[in-house]
Design a protein around this ligand. Structure first.
Ligand code: PLP
Length: 376
């Protein structure tokens, strides 16, 4: 069993992907070819944001977003410590300071009730992460931001396709950033990412920053980066978009299957109200994680831990804050475990994962009636 089965996904879209790649090889415009604009138009339309700017990676998306907002030395950005390192890394790379707000134990997303107390005259932005595929509580976060004149940058690297109050992730705040890293819900076959905004000026700034701050050929209006997404990767995402809605549906069905078998028996990361998840990860919360992982591993079931050490306790970041500032993040880091998930995982495999986990945890197995629960 694969943790995320990218081969099965390729197999399902093989002809379309190969065709799209061949088209790029034939026209030869490897950088900023027609597929780049085509993908940006498609994704902007999908999210409802006015602008989409494809970039070299999710990390680059975050850096370019913060650069466009003019964030730099002396500035503070409030974010979560329970995330992939890139979120805080982008802030630090620009010379600004990440200020960590603890997470909500139910969802593992930033706890909005802790944000306002961290706002200082130096605060410029709030950077929530829509972790494991489910949007953070953006309405509460946006309300705080508007009271204090702050920008909100959603790190939506794991949540492309998810909704919040009916609106798409990436289009829930000033700027939304996503990643097309191969294992993300919408992945390419290398590095890639995209930035979304409905602010025309920010969009223009981010388009320029993406190509070395260039406003016209060899006219460098601002400091930029080499941050383009290449045409081949855009072509691959375009091909994979054709099955994306179906894939999200499969992910939701599989998550419901896990829910039905584990609910009331094993702790899980919960879902907030008025939002959908794309289940970048299906994550349980357990005691004795190492023992359970070993048991599952022996049954050839891969698991993963996102994330074993919160950012504020990472060696390179520890000097930035009090090690005890975010106890919930520390607690969750010690007890979260992600299970195999993906649109090509069968219902039978999901059952085997859940039943093996229940067995390992010493929880009575569900009766056969529950196992007959509708299959994917
Ligand atoms: C994957 C990820 C990123 C970085 O994306 P890359 O495309 O790998 O650079 C940033 N933030 C979060 C929360 C992620 O999961």
């Amino acid at each position: 069993m694969e943790f995320i089965d990218l081969k099965a996904q390729y197999h399902a879209s093989r002809e379309l992907i190969n065709e799209r790649i061949q088209t790029v090889l034939d026209h030869g415009q490897y950088i900023m070819g027609p597929e780049v604009g085509e993908l940006e138009t498609r994704l902007a339309h999908y999210t409802g944001a006015r602008h989409c700017i494809t970039v070299a990676s999710g990390t680059e998306a975050l850096v370019i977003a913060l650069m466009a907002l003019g964030i730099g030395p002396g500035d503070e950005v409030i974010t979560t410590p329970f995330t992939f390192i890139a979120t805080a890394e982008a802030i630090v790379l620009l010379g600004a300071k990440p200020v960590f707000a603890d997470i909500d134990a139910a969802t593992c997303n930033i706890d909005p009730s802790l944000i306002e107390a961290l706002v200082t005259p130096r605060t410029r932005a709030i950077m929530p992460v829509s972790l494991f595929g489910q949007p953070a509580d953006m309405e509460a976060i946006n309300a705080i931001a508007s009271r204090h004149g702050l920008a909100v940058v959603e790190d939506a690297a794991q949540s492309f396709g998810a909704t919040y109050h009916g609106k798409k992730s990436c289009n829930l705040s000033t700027i939304g950033c996503t990643s097309f890293f191969p294992s993300k819900p919408l992945g390419c076959y290398g590095d890639g990412g995209a930035i979304f905004t409905s602010d025309d000026e920010l969009a223009q700034a981010m388009r320029e920053i993406r190509v070395h701050g260039q406003s016209r050929r060899y006219v460098h209006t601002r400091i930029g980066v080499g941050g383009r997404m290449d045409t081949l990767q855009c072509a691959i995402v375009l091909a994979k978009l054709e099955r994306f809605e179906w894939e999200l549906h499969q992910r939701a069905k599989l998550a419901a299957r896990y829910d039905a078998l584990l609910s009331g028996r094993i702790g899980r990361v919960g879902r907030g109200a008025e939002r959908t998840s794309v289940y970048a990860q299906y994550t349980v919360v357990v005691a004795e994680r190492e023992r359970l992982q070993a048991h599952l591993h022996a049954a050839e079931i891969p698991t993963a831990v996102h994330y074993p050490v919160p950012v504020h306790r990472q060696p390179a970041y520890a000097h930035l804050s009090d090690p005890d500032c975010c106890p919930v993040a520390v607690e969750m880091s010690a007890s979260v475990m992600s299970l195999p998930m993906g649109p090509y995982l069968s219902a039978a495999s999901a059952d085997r994962v859940a039943l093996t986990l229940l067995d390992a945890a010493g929880v009575p197995l569900p009766g056969s009636g529950e196992l007959a629960y509708s299959t994917c």
